[in-house]
Design a protein. Structure first.
Length: 222
């Protein structure tokens, strides 16, 4: 098992994560916050990616697509207790869902990741929120629900930005060009270069302090 994209439940009792073991479909598992054996959420053949908890902790939204099929990627919602699945209307070719703290909105990304879109559960409609010239990574709601923070890591000059609900232009929060991030850089995978927010609203990043060393050894032969 290879665990990626862990998400704490709102009450802090469970963690949802994706098993990204090579050669197998991507699957969502749940594990107790106290530790234990992970339990597969939905035993099926579909790929399941990037889970996000509802504010009440009763549901998970995630991207879902069949393995080796022409079925479109779409955002699904699963009830944790009944395992019933429903699709968010109009969510074809979208992924990376993020529930707003008040439960009214769901932010998501299209497959090419250069646009942030917003679903309103009250109206049942999607709307375009913001466009960026570079791919958007790891959207995260602020605790007050007024902003979504994200980074632009697949570029030679990465930044950490935020956009306010109701506005269509982002603002710079941090310049990341001098931060050596694990797995970051143009063309690199996104999971390694994760970013997010701490409970107090401060920015979190995975910093690369190097896992390799060069040694000089003296060889003494008999």
């Amino acid at each position: 098992m290879s665990a990626d994209l862990p998400r704490w439940s709102p009450d802090g009792t469970q963690i949802a994560f994706v098993d990204s073991e090579l050669g197998r479909p991507l699957k969502i598992f749940l594990v107790s916050g106290q530790g234990g054996t992970p339990q597969e959420l939905l035993p099926e053949s579909h790929n399941q990616v990037d889970p996000a908890w509802s504010p009440d902790g009763k549901q998970l939204a995630f991207g879902r697509i069949g393995v080796g099929s022409i079925e479109k990627l779409a955002i699904q919602v699963v009830d944790i207790s009944t395992h019933q699945i429903s699709m968010i209307p109009g969510s074809e070719n979208l992924y990376s869902p993020r529930w707003s703290p008040d439960g009214r909105h769901l932010a998501a990304l299209p497959e090419y990741s250069k646009k942030l879109v917003l679903f309103d559960f009250k109206t049942g409609k999607w709307s375009d929120w913001i466009n960026e010239p570079e791919a958007i990574g790891f959207p995260t709601w602020s605790r007050d629900g007024n902003y979504v923070y994200y980074d632009t890591i697949s570029t030679d000059h990465p930044t950490f930005r935020r956009v306010k609900v109701g506005q269509t232009r982002s603002e710079l929060v941090l310049d990341l060009k001098d931060l050596r991030r694990y797995g970051a850089g143009a063309g690199a995978g996104l999971v390694g270069a994760w970013s997010g927010l701490a409970p107090d609203g401060s920015a979190l990043f995975v910093r690369d302090l190097s896992t390799d060393e060069i040694y000089s050894l003296d060889l003494e032969l008999p």
